[in-house]
Design a protein around this ligand. Structure first.
Ligand code: ZN
Length: 431
């Protein structure tokens, strides 16, 4: 059983000036408390929430006796998170200043500081007592309310000073129960493709991660060089341009689309997803043709780890079990004869040294992941759907190349599920 959480942003109706004033005051006190706490935490190294609270609770309460007591809790939580992330950045040499800054503040609320009054309004505890806030609801909010999600006790608010509204970050949670899997779907990711094996049929999704990442990498480098030359290393315009690039990069992220397609197949068929178990330093093994460490790391993060994470998160949300298999030599061993597959001149298709049958590199990897997951699972493993382990009557046909169905990015990036393949000629999956 897993708990999944999603944040939904809701805005209040515009508040009367006098009421908004209360929140401006509240924010001021809150900011002050967090600033003190973060500085204290970073200076003394006391960054755990419980210790911070134990040491500072009394002081905070005596400073702001008019505030509901639980603000002393939530400010400690907020400060603990900020202190931790500041120290992490400092360690990586990425902190902008030698001390932590509290720029943007959102007020953290717990179950003592706010409550749902009804579906269209909430109450918030302030130094002036409980205040009712009317919400401007939208479709997404109703979608969550009308399904199995429930509102969690933690929430955050921000002040929109232009429009005199509160921006409320509500957290919805639900418990997802994993099903008993009836089979497997294995996924093998490399820098340019993701291969998916379902019921003995392989699909090759072209992702082009490597080219996308290289493109952004060189663009970023060019921007840095240009601005550094004319304006020096720390320049605001450069920062803005780089942030814009980062934003575009994030939006063009294909990994979520891919994860959605994979998880949807698994849900429809009630299958377990098999992924490669990523080792401690696999970037070096898999992306070893780049001399630049940073570049190698980026490609690894975006293609391997990125896709894995996305699949894992989507799977958790839908109760899809995920298992991991050892990825070593998955593309080099014939899954039928357990003999070496020989690839000539960088070809993606190789020949089994014993059976002589042809294999597509990514498809072999999927089969091997599947086999390893099955063997690892022991006796209660679900059926493989016709694929037998002993290779004598070659189940895959020794003359076929086990050629996967290749799907260009322009096509699948618009899909919601593999069923979309039905529209594309003979790509239908047979069960
Ligand atoms: Zn073979």
């Amino acid at each position: 059983m897993n708990e999944v959480a999603r944040t939904v942003i809701v805005r209040s109706t515009p508040l009367p000036r006098k009421l908004f004033r209360v929140f401006v005051e509240l924010e001021g006190m809150y900011r002050n408390m967090v600033e003190q706490l973060v500085l204290y935490a970073v200076r003394t190294g006391v960054i755990s929430f419980t210790r911070l609270k134990a040491l500072k609770y009394r002081e905070l309460r005596s400073q702001y006796p008019q505030l509901p007591s639980h603000y002393a809790y939530t400010t400690c939580q907020d400060a603990s998170t900020r202190a931790k992330s500041f120290l992490r950045l400092k360690k990586e040499g990425l902190a902008k200043r030698g001390y932590p800054e509290v720029n943007r503040v959102s007020i953290w609320l717990d179950d003592h500081l706010w409550r749902m009054k009804c579906l269209t309004s909430i109450e918030i505890a302030t130094h002036k007592g409980w205040v009712v806030i009317e919400l401007e609801l939208h479709k997404l909010f109703w979608k969550y309310v009308n399904s199995e999600w429930r509102v969690a006790s933690e929430a955050k608010i921000k002040l929109d000073k232009w429009e005199r509204r509160l921006v409320i970050y509500l957290v919805f949670k639900k418990i997802v129960e994993a099903y008993r899997p009836k089979g497997f779907i294995s996924v093998d990711v490399n820098e340019n493709h993701a291969a998916v094996l379902v019921d003995g049929k392989a699909y090759l999704f072209k992702t082009g991660f490597r080219d996308i990442i290289l493109g952004y990498y060189y663009r970023r480098k060019r921007i840095q060089e240009k601005y550094d030359k004319f304006y020096g290393a720390s320049c605001r315009v450069k920062k803005k341009v780089l942030e814009g690039l980062k934003e575009r990069e994030r939006k063009s992220n294909l990994k979520w689309k891919l994860a959605n397609i994979v998880v949807r197949i698994a849900v429809d068929k009630q299958y377990t997803i098999v992924l490669e178990r990523l080792g401690k330093n696999p970037a070096k093994e898999m992306v070893n043709h780049f001399r630049d460490d940073q570049l190698r790391h980026r490609i690894y993060q975006a293609s391997f780890k990125g896709v894995q994470r996305a699949v894992e998160e989507k799977a958790r949300e839908h109760g899809v079990p995920v298992v991991y298999a050892d990825p070593r030599n998955t593309s080099r061993m014939c899954p039928i004869h357990s003999s070496l597959i020989v690839y000539e001149n960088d070809s993606r298709v190789g020949r089994c040294s014993r059976g002589g049958e042809l294999w597509h590199r990514d498809v072999v990897a999927c089969y091997n992941l599947l086999l390893r997951a099955r063997l690892g699972n022991g006796s209660n493993a679900p059926s493989l759907g016709g694929f037998t382990l002993d290779g004598s009557p070659v189940p895959l046909g020794s003359t076929a190349t086990h050629e996967p169905t290749e799907i260009p990015k322009s096509l699948w990036a618009r899909w919601k599920s593999l069923d979309a393949t039905n529209k594309n000629k003979s790509m239908r999956i047979s069960i």
